[in-house]
Design a protein around this ligand. Structure first.
Ligand code: NAD
Ligand code: IPM
Ligand code: MN
Length: 361
């Protein structure tokens, strides 16, 4: 099979972890006889520096031509004081919108070998196996009006959370379909005790649920959800969330897994004429300026995102499963980067990437 993949390393540890993800992708392509065509592009702070824009036109064009896009991370402290419009993050929000990837799948699994890496008690975390389906191209991230304004000598700021029925329905269907392949339980997260947009979200999800009588639907308020994730994460199978709640809860999920350096994600939505998902594959973590350039970032989230790419955009289930098994092998016997608190010497980003290739065989 021909795999045309755009790689957007981005900022901070982004290029470091995507280099290892590409190493694994190249290894898999060789091993299974696929023809890999790699393209590279700019996004985020590095794109602002070189092209004056966080999402240059040519990056958009390459993403539209590619079968799938692998993204590292965006964001850099030097842009922290700029308005949202001129920040690196705007590039990521832009490419998600352009590609129409409205459903962000973020699996959270507690691997037995890593229970000690979580600061939570082992028995609380053991058996966690959930997936967050986060709405990704709507809600408060994109709603208008937005901005910081002045009126009568006083200042105020506005953001708007808006969801159309169609936006909720389509991401809900992705979540229900996933639940069907799992434990058939869907928990929808909202703040319907306060927000109209959440009341609407709850009503629309309840309507979609009628198409899936075999899936059990429950609703949960986001504040309680944040607590239940720590108290009893095993009760969750598929968590369906609006854009911002999913962002927040997935970093909490990282604590269950043991490190945010483990959380992969697939952003999907539109389909190609062939039926394959248009996909953007991105670790959940950010550019980690505190460890960038040290060669110690955990590449497993980026590598797991390549597995998701092979599965969703290319339908290569065997190859995807081989990467996931290899990740598990590495998590059992090492090498581990420092975030996983290895018992002995901590490994480098490159050593872990190479170890995954070796484990694939
Ligand atoms: P972050 O995820 O970058 O880092 C949070 C903490 O987790 C840091 O201590 C970091 O060292 C650690 N960490 C993150 N990834 C790791 C990895 N692979 N291995 C080991 N440790 C890892 O979040 P932040 O510090 O809040 O944000 C930094 C920048 O990244 C900001 O500019 C933010 O906007 C951006 N960001 C980008 C994305 C993305 O591109 N998808 C996601 C989140 C944050
Ligand atoms: C994520 C990040 C992004 C988000 C930022 C960098 C725009 O936090 O992917 O989780 O909030 O979606
Ligand atoms: Mn986030």
């Amino acid at each position: 099979m021909r795999l045309k993949v755009l790689v957007l390393g981005g900022d901070g540890i982004g290029p470091e972890v995507t280099a290892e993800a590409v190493r694994v992708l190249e290894h898999v392509a060789r091993r299974w006889g696929h023809e890999l065509e790699l393209m590279e592009g700019l996004i985020g702070g590095v794109a602002i520096r070189q092209k004056g824009h966080p999402l240059p036109e040519e990056t958009v064009r390459m993403a539209e031509q590619a079968d799938a896009t692998l993204l590292g991370a965006v964001g850099s402290p030097e842009f922290d004081d700029l308005p949202p419009d001129r920040r690196p993050e705007k590039g990521l929000l832009g490419i998600r919108k352009v590609l129409g990837v409205y459903a962000n799948l973020r699996p959270v699994k507690a691997y037995p070998s890593l229970l000690d890496a979580s600061p939570l008690k082992n028995e609380r975390v053991a058996g966690t196996d959930l997936i967050i389906v986060r709405e990704l191209t709507g809600g408060i991230y994109y709603g208008t009006p937005r901005g910081i304004f002045q009126s009568d000598g006083s200042e105020y700021a506005v953001n708007t959370e808006v969801y159309t029925r169609e936006e909720i329905e389509r991401v809900a269907r992705v979540a229900f379909e996933l639940a069907r392949q799992r434990r058939r339980k869907l928990t929808s997260v909202d703040k319907s005790n306060v927000l109209e947009v959440s009341q609407f979200w709850r009503r629309v999800v309840t309507t979609v649920a009628r198409e899936y009588p075999d899936v059990t639907l429950e609703h949960i308020l986001v504040d309680n959800c944040a607590m239940q994730l720590i108290l009893n994460p095993q009760r969750f199978d598929v968590l369906l969330t609006p854009n911002m709640f999913g962002d927040i809860l997935s970093d909490e999920g990282a604590v269950l897994a043991g490190s945010i350096g483990l959380l992969a994600s697939a952003s999907i939505g539109a389909r190609r004429p062939s039926g394959a998902w248009v996909g953007l594959y991105e670790p959940v973590h950010g550019s980690a300026p505190d460890i960038a350039g040290k060669g110690i970032a955990n590449p497993l989230a980026a590598i797991g995102s390549v597995a998701a790419m092979l599965q969703y955009s290319f339908g290569l289930r065997e190859e995807a499963a081989a990467i996931e098994r290899a990740i598990e092998t590495v998590l059992q016997s090492g090498p581990w980067t420092p975030d996983l608190r290895p018992p002995g010497r901590a490994a480098t980003t490159t050593e872990v990437g190479q170890a995954v290739c070796d484990a694939i065989g």
